[in-house]
Design a protein around this ligand. Structure first.
Ligand SMILES: *Cc1c(COP(=O)(O)O)cnc(C)c1O
Ligand code: SF4
Length: 459
């Protein structure tokens, strides 16, 4: 097709109303040097504490988030402030004090670095065995970095140009890849590796491009990965998903960025080519959906025929409240977004600050679901993305006198585990699968022996 007339058609269908702002990013240096204007109203103590934590955990925020999403009158409790600005409680008090002392005493950089690295390693940088267990192999048995293949139907792809985000979430389970530890990087820019693998694996129906945030990439890079999948040899691949928080952190990606229209055109082309195209949008709070630019971005993406599905973790200090979830789902449905997953905060990084007991997660889920109509009840969860699979807490019940969690696999490393109910002893404090014990005096969960056997050959 003639490129010029194609872009004219897109411009007509998705009129761009104005020139947009450029992405302006603030990092630790800007935090320390007082360049984030609204922080002037925050106490000196809190600013210093944020800087201490930001020496350990990644920090990055852009001006749109600072100026349009955060309600500075409510800081520090504002959920959107908590979402992006590091908080003192995110580190163990001993670790916090150690880093604070080193900074206050102008310790040599090498000493500070050693201490920080030690703290990071203790924060479980690669949860759920991501490095060892999910990397697929090529025809010669070589590991294919940048790919993950954990569940039969779906391959994850980590393009190296998409391994950052328009801001960083303080609770991110991929935090380790943002702090420059090369051993934790899993990305590739090899489109050929991806395409070869998919060509050979006809059981794969879904490709999920993930990061970081793939939408930080130039459209043409994303096109290099995705457009070749429209040829008949990839007919087994029905769904192209892109995991992103850009609709929340940087809606201008779809409105006024220089290649915003190219992005919409790409989505449209993939849809026209017969694929189901889904933006797996990460949302934590309904306030992310309230700005006019966020709504216009959503409308433009939907106009391409792509579907937006929403997922996100349940987090203390941000959204551990059924009212917040009910309003989030209602707003999503009103804007044409499909609620998809409610996750349990993973066992990594600042989990000590954000984790919510499973029993409470289920209560919040249940109460939120009760407040919305069926269209808002498409979110499954609360779900733990653990080593063996995605495990949903279905509820709490008393069976023959024993109080138990009713659990099921939504996804399993072995597809045969999916949708099999199983039971754990009730524990009001437990926050993750590895803290649960089988109910009814059973020695192990039904999947444990098989899961252990899967782990061995890779070691
Ligand atoms: C969640 C997830 C998927 C996708 O699972 P769906 O239930 O199809 O959304 C794929 N791979 C991994 C590793 C995942 O965690
Ligand atoms: S947008 Fe996603 S990958 Fe990026 S920091 Fe947030 S949770 Fe992590």
């Amino acid at each position: 097709m003639n490129a010029k007339s194609e872009s004219a058609a897109v411009a007509q269908r998705y009129p761009r109303s104005q020139q947009g702002p450029a992405l302006e990013i603030y990092t630790l240096r800007d935090l320390e040097q007082g360049r984030i204007a609204p922080l002037a109203a925050v106490s000196r103590d809190l600013r210093d504490a944020m800087s201490v934590v930001a020496h350990v955990l990644p920090f990055r925020v852009n001006r749109y988030v600072v100026e349009e999403l955060i309600d500075w009158e409510k800081v520090p409790d504002d959920p959107l402030f908590q979402l992006v600005f590091p908080q003192p409680g995110m580190l163990d008090p001993g670790d916090f004090a150690a880093v604070a002392d080193l900074l206050a005493g102008d310790a040599p950089p090498a000493e500070l670095r050693r201490r920080v690295e030690g703290i990071r390693l203790a924060l479980n940088p690669h949860p759920a065995g991501q490095l060892e267990l999910n990397i697929p192999r090529g025809q010669q048995g070589e590991p294919l970095t940048g790919l993950q293949h954990k569940y039969r139907e779906t391959v994850l792809f980590f393009p190296s140009q998409g391994q950052t985000c328009h801001s960083y979430c303080t609770f991110c389970f991929r935090w380790a890849q943002f702090i420059g530890d090369k051993s934790l990087r899993m990305a590739t820019r090899e489109a050929g590796t991806l395409h070869d693998y998919l060509r050979r694996h006809r059981e794969v129906t879904d490709l999920l491009i993930t990061g970081g945030d793939p939408m930080v990439m130039k459209t043409r890079h994303l096109a290099d990965y995705l457009e070749p999948l429209l040829t008949p040899e990839f007919d087994h691949l029905r769904t192209l998903r892109i995991g992103t928080k850009s609709l929340s952190f940087w809606p201008y990606r779809y409105l006024t960025d220089p290649d915003a229209d190219d992005m919409l055109r790409l989505l449209e082309k993939l849809v026209a080519g017969g694929k189901h195209v889904a933006l797996m949008a990460h949302y934590n709070h309904w306030r992310e959906l309230e700005t006019e630019v966020a709504r216009r971005a959503i409308a433009r993406v939907r106009a391409t025929g792509a579907v937006i599905r929403a997922q996100g973790p349940l987090l203390a200090h941000i959204n551990d409240d059924p009212g917040v979830w009910a309003r989030l789902w209602q707003t999503q449905v009103a804007l044409g977004i499909v609620p998809y997953y409610m996750f349990v905060e993973r066992d990594t990084g600042a989990r000590r600050y954000f984790e919510v007991p499973l029993a409470r997660c289920w209560e919040i889920y249940r109460q939120a679901v009760q407040r919305v109509s069926g269209l808002g009840r498409t979110a499954r969860g609360p779900s733990m993305s653990a080593g063996p699979g995605k495990v949903e807490v279905q509820g709490v019940a008393t069976i023959q006198g024993e109080k138990v969690f009713v659990l099921r696999f939504l996804q399993g490393r072995d597809p045969d585990w999916v949708q099999r109910p199983f039971f754990a002893r009730f524990d009001p404090q437990a926050t993750w699968l590895d803290q649960l014990r089988p109910a009814f005096g059973e020695p192990r969960f039904f999947f444990e022996a098989a899961f252990e056997a899967m782990r061995k050959p890779d070691q």
